[in-house]
Design a protein around this ligand. Structure first.
Ligand code: NAD
Length: 324
């Protein structure tokens, strides 16, 4: 049975991915420092194919022995998002760049490891020039430390000489949303729904700015798709992950939500500059690997709204649901 090491496994995307890998009959070693706790892994903790190891990707000794046991590595562990990286620039540099490089270099040398999947981001594009859709061939213009570190490691990964039977892939995720065992409310869609679901006035800055969005289940599925794809198609390749029809301006998101959530009030505040304004087309992953999303923003707003209204989360404003 194939065995996968997932770093950052207790996180928003990692906890969904681990569930999917187990359902897919993979053995999983989940590795995480538990910055936001590990409750997200409770429901699978007793699964016979699941092992959890608490550790720090910045400390080679914490994970080195695990690399001898696995066939693939999905590397999600990071300081995630612009605010968290600005607040902790040294930890972000150590984690997102230095530790990623060291982990990757070790994986390249381990003959048992055939795949390495890295979670990059569409934030790498920064602000688009004009109205054209961006894709994997577009120039990168990272404007935050978070994106700069992602670009730096992505370039290192793609430019590295690797063994014939080792395929490394960078996935540029869209902005994620949706329900996960470690749900985050510092992400646009989830945060907007939370505010409106509890009758708070939603204040939107820069309603005209575009971003691509993708459901957390679909992003996690893209990692498994890469692990299963013909290595020739994914070796030292970068793919955007999302759907070309899932680019939204913030106002479009609010309009969708106002249709679903009764009596919701939105206030718009004009802002002319946003460093992250981009539309992305995702034909490469669709045409090369056959990736299709299963969930769209309009269908998912109601699910998040119902979760909140049902009181499943005691305090949706709890710090554990934010990365900063
Ligand atoms: N959420 C998004 O919109 C988005 C978009 C694009 C890319 N990504 C990327 O996807 C990956 C996962 O993001 P997420 O939203 O699940 O974030 P998250 O913050 O929920 O999860 C990250 C996990 O990494 C762990 N971690 C942090 N530092 C660590 C260390 N030194 N050692 C071991 N574990 C450590 C944390 O404890 C956390 O559980 C990240 O690499 C992120 O940059 C996320």
């Amino acid at each position: 049975m194939e065995k996968v090491l997932v770093t950052g496994a207790a996180g928003y995307i990692g906890s969904v991915l681990v569930n999917q890998l187990l359902r897919d009959d993979k053995k999983v070693i989940a590795f995480d420092i538990l910055n936001f706790g590990g409750e997200s892994l409770l429901s699978i903790y007793n699964h016979p194919n699941f092992t959890f190891v608490k550790g720090d990707v910045r400390v080679k000794e914490d994970y080195q022995a695990l690399l001898d046991q696995v066939d693939s590595v999905v590397h999600l562990a990071a300081i995630v998002g612009d605010p968290a990286c600005s607040k902790l620039p040294e930890v972000a540099t150590e984690t997102n760049w230095e530790a990623s490089k060291e982990l990757f270099d070790l994986c390249k040398e381990k003959k048992n490891i055939k795949r390495f999947v890295f979670a990059s981001t569409c934030s790498n594009y920064g602000k688009m020039e004009g109205n054209d859709f961006l894709n994997e061939d577009s120039p990168l213009n990272p404007v935050s430390l978070y994106a700069k570190l992602k670009v730096k490691f992505e370039k290192y990964l793609l430019g590295s000489e690797v063994r014939e039977d080792f395929a490394a892939t960078a996935l540029r995720f869209s902005t994620v949303y949706g329900i996960s065992p470690r749900i985050r409310f510092d992400l646009t869609v989830n945060e907007f729904v939370r505010e409106l679901s509890f009758g708070r006035e939603l204040v939107i800055f820069g309603e005209q700015f575009w971003r691509p969005y993708c459901h957390v289940e679909d992003l996690a599925r893209s990692c498994i798709l890469v692990l299963k794809s013909d290595p020739k198609l994914v070796k030292q390749e970068v793919f955007g992950v999302g759907d070309s029809n899932e680019n939204y301006q913030k106002k479009m998101l609010a309009d969708i939500m106002q249709e679903v959530i009764p009596n919701s009030v939105v206030k718009y505040v004009k802002r002319d500059e946003d460093p992250r304004d981009y539309r992305v087309e995702f034909s490469k992953i669709a045409n090369t690997l056959g990736f299709k999303i299963t969930k769209r923003v309009p269908d998912s707003v109601e699910a998040i709204h119902e979760l909140l209204k049902a009181g499943v989360l005691i305090d949706p404003w709890d710090k554990k649901y934010q990365n900063i």
